[in-house]
Design a protein around this ligand. Structure first.
Ligand code: RTP
Length: 155
């Protein structure tokens, strides 16, 4: 069991300031939880602009970069680490396409957001970014290793 847990894939998920302000924290956490993924870290933080720029460093050449970083640092964000088989890729599936106009109904953005600049949630897009983003947002001792009651029924 412990060896299994140690190998489990992890991803970084953030509820952006719009999702927090709109009261969607429980709704979003619930979708990941009901799927069978396990929450191993969570906190509420207001990122500084500099921190937002670090988080989005890959996008620094894009025209919307400055506005995006202003927005991410404009209020509380829920930072989380979720664990489970295939959680990086499937987490993106739960989230839906970047532009909520193109996200399928049934996805978080498809059901709960309307425009790309206010798409309420972020999820790591691959194993390398997941590792980098978890390290950026969390100290190692903020990640909790535990066996949940549900997992023996999920796996
Ligand atoms: P995320 O990283 O937030 O999960 O989103 P993503 O991979 O689906 O999208 P990405 O291309 O990495 O863009 C990051 C965030 O930038 C905002 N954005 N605004 N045209 C625009 O105004 C525009 N395009 C992207 C979105 O909030 C997107 O989530």
């Amino acid at each position: 069991q412990e060896a299994h847990a140690a190998e489990m894939e992890r991803t970084f998920i953030a509820i952006k300031p719009d999702g927090v302000q709109r009261g969607l924290i429980a709704e979003i956490v619930s979708r990941f939880e009901r799927k069978g993924f396990k929450l191993v870290a969570i906190k509420i933080v207001v990122p500084s602009k500099g921190f937002a720029e670090k988080h989005y460093h890959d996008l620094k050449e894009r025209p919307f970069f400055n506005g995006l970083c202003d927005f991410l640092s404009s209020g509380p964000v829920i930072a989380m680490v979720w664990e489970g088989e295939g959680v990086i890729k499937y987490g993106r599936k739960l989230i839906g396409a970047t532009d909520p106009q193109k996200s399928e109904p049934g996805t978080i953005r498809g059901d709960l957001a309307v425009v790309v600049g206010r798409n309420i949630i972020h999820g790591s897009d691959g194993p390398e970014t997941a590792k980098d983003e978890i390290n950026l947002w969390f100290k190692p001792d903020e990640l909790v290793t535990y066996t949940s009651n549900a997992e023996k029924w999920v796996y």
